[in-house]
Design a protein around this ligand. Structure first.
Ligand SMILES: Cc1cc2nc3c(=O)[nH]c(=O)nc-3n(C[C@H](O)[C@H](O)[C@H](O)COP(=O)(O)O)c2cc1C
Length: 346
């Protein structure tokens, strides 16, 4: 087994509940929050190696590759389908980010047609020889561990995750992450944890399980059902970075931590927004709208305020929205107390 596999094994042993990459969502400020809440390893959003090659100074690409000092060392995820170009870019990233990059992960799971139609992302599961050449060329060129994230397969009649995992291991991958859905499913239906277990049994390198971990209990259940080295949480962290704290507590001591209060959610939304503006200016704020709606989705009432979150343009507007929500909550509590008092008078 490669020593890089041992390196990844020890990274995962130090923190085995990871934040999964989510394009358009897991920007550096959010990753830093998740890390603080207990995420073991964070991943950048996927970065195009062709974009890096042909347009290295693009503002968008550079933002994707900005790592927070609060999350490093972290994982950088790339996608592409051209082995030499990918290897060259991986070597350059390792050189540029030095100790801040724990591993470089290759996206072989993205289901989006814009990506798969070019033979990238999950389409590589249908061209395993090319996928293996990408991995071995990157491993040969790059001093940091190279890992691969893929799916159960392309569609129900092409579920090849087990063979594909063996091929990736033989090509030199230091670890693999498996999302237990086919490309045809996109994010629908249920993730198949049995295929993750079968992949885990088939290889000696570390395996990370991904799909449908939405609570601390789910994290424990995935470990028990699949035997993986680490679990990855993606959608379950949206508006809920506390999930890492809760999973850690349940795994480490069996303690069940209460869900965050409304006040905690509001404070986190403000912190996240402020960090996002510091990171990318007010321009970055459009990204915050989704996050605000998610932070508020756990809160009682105020559906109309949640809808307004979609139109918030800057920190001042967010501040006003949250103040309004605070007032709404206070009046709700006062009303409830009043009702309880008059009931006890009867
Ligand atoms: C909006 C969105 C964007 C995603 N972007 C990426 C990505 O850039 N790279 C990747 O490997 N996986 C990506 N994923 C997949 C997740 O990392 C994860 O494997 C999948 O959502 C299943 O896990 P979950 O049930 O915890 O969400 C994305 C998922 C979502 C919902």
């Amino acid at each position: 087994m490669s020593t890089h596999a041992d390196t990844v094994r020890s990274i995962l042993a130090a923190g085995n509940v990871l934040l999964g990459p989510m394009a358009g969502i897991t920007e550096a400020p959010f990753r830093a929050i998740c890390k603080r809440m207990g995420a073991g390893l964070t991943y950048t959003e996927m970065v195009s190696t062709k974009g890096l090659h042909y347009n290295p100074d693009s503002r968008i690409t550079q933002a994707l590759l900005t790592l927070s000092p609060l999350e490093t060392p972290c994982a950088i995820q790339v996608f592409g389908n051209e082995p030499t170009m990918m290897a060259g870019q991986a070597a350059a990233l390792a050189d540029k980010h030095g100790q801040d990059v724990a591993l470089i992960d290759i996206n072989m799971g993205c289901p989006v047609t814009k990506v798969t139609s070019k033979g990238e992302g999950s389409a590589l599961m249908r061209t395993p020889e090319l996928a293996a050449e990408i991995v071995s060329t990157m491993v040969g060129a790059c001093p940091v561990p190279i890992t691969v994230k893929f799916r159960a397969g392309w569609n129900p009649s092409e579920v090849n995750a087990v063979e594909f995992a063996r091929t990736m291991e033989a090509a030199g991958a230091a670890a693999i992450a498996v999302h237990g859905r086919t490309r045809a499913q996109f994010y629908r239906g249920k993730a198949d944890w049995d295929i993750i277990a079968r992949v885990n049994d088939a290889v000696s390198i570390p395996v990370i399980g991904s799909g449908d971990v939405f609570s601390a209990g789910d994290a424990v259940a995935m470990f028990e059902r699949t035997g993986v080295d680490a679990v990855m949480i993606a959608r379950g962290a949206q508006g809920n970075p506390w999930i890492f704290q809760q999973a850690r507590a349940l795994l480490d001591t069996g303690e069940e931590i209460d869900p965050p209060t409304t006040a905690m959610r509001i404070a986190m939304a403000r912190e996240h927004a402020a960090a996002l503006i510091e990171f990318g200016g007010e321009r970055a704020f459009v990204r915050m709208r989704k996050h605000i709606a998610w932070y508020m989705s756990g809160m009682p009432g105020a559906t109309h305020l949640r809808l307004r979150a979609n139109k918030v343009n800057n920190y001042t507007e967010l501040d006003e929205l949250l103040k309004e929500y605070d007032e709404y909550q206070e009046s709700r509590i006062i009303r409830q107390r009043g009702e309880a008092d008059s009931a006890s008078d009867i």
